[in-house]
Structures are given as C-alpha cells and as structure tokens.
Write a protein that binds this ligand. Structure first.
Ligand code: PLP
Length: 387
C-alpha cells in the first residue's frame, strides 16, 4: 500500500554484517533490519534451528502445551528477573499486551478509567493503542477517534512525573523506553529510571519498560533498564528476539504477572514452536558469546571513533550512543544521507529528520566496526562540506 518510501535496492542474501543485492554487490549493514538481526544475517545457529524445527513442527496453536515456548519463557525470565511471559508476534503487539495488563491492574483496583503515563518523543508501535501511546500529532490525527487513557510528560524529567502524580488519582502505570530509539537515540540522565521506578513504587503504579529496540544485549547489558539497576513490573521485547523470525514478548513480574487470566488475552501465532525455537537459538548465542559485554566494549570503541572524527565538525550537534546503538545528531535535517550511504554500499537510517541512527549487528568483527565508523564518518564529513 505504499506505506514505505522504499530505497531502490533488493537484497537476495546475507552473511553476517553483509547483504548482497540482485547484481551481487555487497553492502555493509549498520542497521540490522532496524535492530532485528543482532546476530547478523543467516547466522548458522539460527538457520539450523529454524530449518530443523520447520521440518518437525511449525505450529500447533496455544490450545495445547508448547514446550519450546515454555522453555523460552523460562530462559527469558532467568535472564531478565521477570516472572511470566505472554508471547506475541511484534513489538506493537507486545506493547498492546503491556497496556492491557496496566489497564486491568487498574480495573482490579476499582478504577473505571485507568490512565497510563507515556513520554514525549516516545515510539511504541502502529496499532491504535500503541499509536496513541506514541508521541507525534500528525500520524495520530488521521486515525481518530483514538483510545483514551494516556497522559504525556516530558522524557528524562522525573519532576514532571512527580507533579502529575499529585494531580491525578487514576494513574496506574508509566510506560517508557529506557533509551528512545525512533525518538533520536535519546539517552536519559543516569538515575532517571531509578527515580521513575521510585515514583511508581510510592504510588502503587506499574512500571512498563519498552525494550523492543534496546533489549537483548543491544545497549551493552541484557536489557537497557539494567544500566540503572531497575527491575520493571512489565517489559516488552520483539525485534532481535528471534533474529528476524517474527516474535514479540511481554514479560511481567509480581502482581503484574498475575493480572491476565484465562480468556483475557490471546494470540493464534504467539510463541509458536518455530518462533520459540529460533529465539532459543538466539539466546544461546547471546549467552555463549557474551554479546552483552561485546556490545558494551565494541560500542564504546566505535563511539570514541565517531567522536574523534566528527565531534569538531561544523554541522554536527552531538554524537551519542550506548553499546551498539548510536545517534549522530546533525544541526540540519539530513535524510538524504540514507541514499548517499546506499550509493557507498552502506546501510544506515535517519530518524527525527536529523539523527543518523546506527544499530549494527552485535556479532561484527573489529575490522567491520572500523569500516562502519570510517565509512559513516567519511560520508558525513563530505556531506557537510558540500561534496
Ligand atoms: N517499541 C519500540 C521501542 C520500537 O522501536 C518499535 C519499532 O520500531 C516498536 C515498539 C514497534 O515494534 P513493531 O514494529 O515490531 O510492531
């Protein structure tokens, strides 16, 4: 339906950090299919798991026990500290589940119109409820009437949240990204999440953390909220969980984990044997190769590299990043960099109009990381100098 302005290239196969087009040209992928292919393309462990599982059993429905799904839930809970999991097929769906948990938590407390506090600059998906939770007026106006029940405060501003707490007794939860991805790789001050968690605890609200983009080693910890030592009540995952096989997950702890009851939620495909098996393979590689540590170390080296090459350039506003998640903010809109990068066989993204967003695979070599740093820095340097 033309909802995407597609770039003039089609890829036919991939290997690690590289994608190959129909003519056999190779491109260095610094985006990982929008933070999905954390293990790179055609990772042998994922390929093997998917092929084997496809030959055995793809789907049975959630009417029956699904041992692979149960195993995946256990492994996700072990690594995150959460208690239970509901499986979906995408990030937006996982967030819908989170929103339903927060609302039902409120109804269980006798609130008829429970409110969820969301953030300016946020992105939570494209379904009606997640679109409403997402910041940004224009996209929302075309789809009115929107669901009710969301309040918005500035991101990275615990005082604003505290003030709202005194003014509204219908609030049941706060939902936020620990680092805003689509919003421009916005990294809050250290301690911010702790403060939000404290406000939530003091008021009996749930803290729902959207780790769809940041989760699963991307930022140098298993989950970005762990940088602030925060254990949320609800956590959503998707994107890199099965390295490209569609899956989403809503994890919950404590009381939040007991909120959904039989019949209150469901999914035909969610957590089917194929997706669960792929995700189990991903987790095994992440654990075995300590990709959390690798992302922290390599990410820090790459960030230094970008800063060395770009920080002093006119037209560059800020270079920021955490782990393998980078935002190179320009003074002016720079969307055309995506096409210019493609001409240099480099895959990047621009978000918020002026932020070059890079989300390279976590498995890249030191040499490939250097190629990304040098390639992107050269591109920006020549773009800003007008050639
Ligand atoms: N939440 C966050 C933080 C995201 O970055 C995204 C996608 O970019 C989503 C939710 C939506 O995920 P999906 O496109 O799988 O529905």
């Amino acid at each position: 339906m033309g909802t995407y302005k597609r770039l003039p290239v089609a890829f036919t196969y991939g290997a690690g950090a590289w994608l190959f087009d129909e003519q056999g040209n190779r491109y260095l992928d610094a985006l990982s299919g929008l933070a999905v292919c954390g293990l790179g393309h055609a990772h042998p462990a994922v390929t093997r798991a998917v092929a084997e599982q496809a030959g055995r059993l793809i789907h049975t429905s959630n009417l029956y026990q699904v041992p692979l799904q149960e195993q995946l839930a256990e492994e996700l809970c072990a690594v995150s500290g959460m208690g239970k999991v509901f499986f979906n097929n995408s990030g937006a769906e996982a967030n819908e589940t989170a929103i339903k948990i927060c609302r039902k938590y409120g109804h269980d407390r006798g609130l008829a119109t429970p409110q969820i506090v969301v953030m300016e600059g946020s992105f939570h998906g494209r379904t009606l409820a997640t679109l409403t939770a997402t910041a940004g007026g224009k996209q929302q106006e075309s789809f009115a009437p929107l669901p009710q029940g969301f309040l918005r405060v500035p991101y990275n501003d615990a005082d604003a949240l505290g003030t709202l707490a005194g003014a509204n007794s219908d609030i049941v939860a706060v939902m936020l990204e620990p680092i805003q991805g689509e919003g421009g790789i916005i990294i809050p001050e250290p301690g911010y999440l702790q403060q939000v968690a404290r406000i939530c605890r003091d008021h009996g609200w749930l803290l729902a953390v959207d780790e769809v983009q940041t989760g699963l080693c991307r930022t140098g910890r298993w989950f970005a909220c762990q940088h602030d030592e925060v254990l949320p009540d609800v956590m959503t995952l998707a994107k890199s969980l099965a390295n490209g096989v569609p899956i989403g997950a809503c994890l919950a702890a404590g009381e939040a984990a007991a909120t959904l009851t039989p019949g209150s939620h469901g999914s035909t495909f969610g957590g089917n044997p194929l997706a669960a098996r792929a995700a189990l393979a991903v987790l095994e590689v992440m654990r075995g190769q300590r990709l959390d540590q690798r992302a922290a170390e390599l990410g820090a080296t790459m960030l230094d590299g970008f800063r060395e090459r770009l920080d002093s350039l006119d037209g560059v506003r800020e270079i920021r990043g955490r782990g393998m998640m980078f935002g190179l903010e320009m003074e002016q809109d720079c969307g055309e960099l995506v096409r210019l990068a493609l001409e240099r066989r480099l895959l990047i993204n621009v978000t918020r109009g002026n932020v070059v967003r890079l989300l390279p695979p976590l498995i890249i070599s030191d040499e490939e990381a250097e190629q990304i740093v040098a390639g992107v820095s050269d591109l920006i340097t020549s773009y800003l100098s007008g050639h």
